[in-house]
Design a protein around this ligand. Structure first.
Ligand code: HEM
Length: 379
């Protein structure tokens, strides 16, 4: 019996901007939009590689793959370049719950720009601003049961209209969850390509050119969403962006695990995927006050990497999968993510044949596990 309650406790790569003005690429609110939610631009879909085998445990690509190996299990280690590496379940869980470790702060930014977005969303906020913004997000979260049904219907519709094989990532996993959420928030299907572009530039610390390219997609999203105070709109965009890559990765990784999970219900498949092949492999913190974790003393200013992927597989792991985080920043959209992924996978399962590929390529990313290309054959 699946216990989803036990489970419920950010991609890289440049956006493929064509440089045209945003107004040419995205219709304004109220403008007519394509009826199909999969009207987004083509992503840089990879092909199945002839090297790099996906391990059964949801582990590494052995040779030639783009997925960097996860840090091996052990006590906290200080990497001279990347900072403290936490891999044991107890250490990661303790760090997530401890206020002496904070989400790395982002600099202020001009409203309407990617920097301004990061500075206004719950994800990168702290203290009172974080609590206020998180409340805004929570108030906007739709009912999971409806999301699941809508994700199923949209997926079924796309599959029904498809004459040949369908790339699950580009046509379904990166489209349907965002389209369903965007519709709930009052934006049409034109929001999907814009969310994808903003999501690609969302992690802090990227090149300025990437931010500038995404600014036009961001402006388009602001026009596509209903008018509201700037902080509300920014956090609606944050919600859409947070849902984009991680949920796509969950769907792709779960589909890959169907080869080892014959007959398992979809809920159990999702739980196992979150544990063994998490779409979000790690998160980051910075030490803001002296703290001891796992017997090591961490000092203010030191960066810390929290390895969900390794911690989930710790033989001493607790019952909760850490992939949705924990503590004050824990993913508020966990139930929604499971519902959206469950709806998409149920429709695929009902209508398609999937021949698991011998080899898989993943998006190049320091923290995400997202297959690039997985083909299904509508029956
Ligand atoms: C499988 C899919 C998903 C995974 C694995 C995931 C994972 C996470 C994690 C680990 C965090 C916290 C990061 C940290 O503490 O450093 C987070 C934050 C967040 N997630 Fe998710 N997420 C997923 C889907 C979603 C969805 C569907 C939504 C919206 C409906 C969403 C909205 C958010 C928001 C708004 C935050 C920021 C919360 C805060 O900082 O207080 N996520 N997510």
């Amino acid at each position: 019996m699946t216990n989803l309650d036990a489970v419920l406790p950010a991609s890289d790569g440049s956006p493929a901007s064509d440089g045209s003005p945003a107004s040419d690429r995205y219709p304004a609110a109220g403008a007519s939009t394509p009826a199909s939610p999969d009207g987004g631009r083509l992503a840089d879909s990879g092909k199945l590689a002839d090297s790099g085998k996906l391990a059964d445990s949801g582990g590494e690509l052995a040779g030639g793959g783009e997925l960097a190996p996860a840090r091996p299990l052990g006590p906290p280690v200080r990497d001279p370049d990347a900072g403290w590496q936490l891999t044991r379940y107890a250490d990661v869980a303790a760090a997530l719950e401890d206020d002496r470790l904070a989400v790395p702060p982002v600099p202020p930014g001009t409203p309407g720009t990617m920097a301004g977005l990061r500075a206004t969303v719950a994800r990168f906020s702290a203290g009172e601003a974080h609590a206020r913004r998180r409340a805004l997000v929570s108030a906007d979260l739709p009912d999971p049961a409806r999301l699941r049904a809508e994700a199923y219907d949209r997926t079924a519709g796309i599959l029904e209209r498809s004459a040949g094989p369908v790339d699950v990532l580009d046509r379904l996993a990166r489209v349907v969850p965002v389209a369903v959420l965007a519709a709930r928030l009052g934006a049409g299907p034109a929001a999907v390509p814009a969310v994808r572009e903003v999501a690609a530039a969302y992690p802090p610390g990227g090149p300025a050119a990437r931010d500038r390219n995404a600014d036009s997609a961001l402006a388009a999203l602001v026009r596509l969403l209903p008018p509201a105070p700037a902080e509300v709109v920014a956090n609606r965009i944050g919600l859409l962006v947070q849902s984009c890559d991680a949920t796509a990765g969950l769907i792709g990784n779960a589909l890959l695990r169907t080869q080892t999970a014959d007959g398992a219900g979809i809920d159990q498949l999702l739980v196992d995927t979150l544990r063994y092949a998490p779409p979000v492999r790690l998160t980051r913190r910075v030490v803001v006050a002296p703290v001891r974790i796992g017997g090591r003393r961490l000092s203010p200013g030191e960066p810390v990497v929290l390895w969900f992927e390794t911690a989930n597989g710790d033989p001493d792991a607790g019952p909760d999968v850490l992939t949705f985080g924990a503590g004050s920043h824990r993913c508020p959209g966990a139930a929604q993510a499971l519902a959206l992924a469950g709806g998409v996978l149920a429709a695929i399962r009902a209508r398609c044949r999937f021949d698991p590929p011998a080899t898989v390529h993943f998006e190049a990313s320091p923290n995400a596990r997202i297959p690039r290309f997985l083909e299904v054959f509508p029956r």
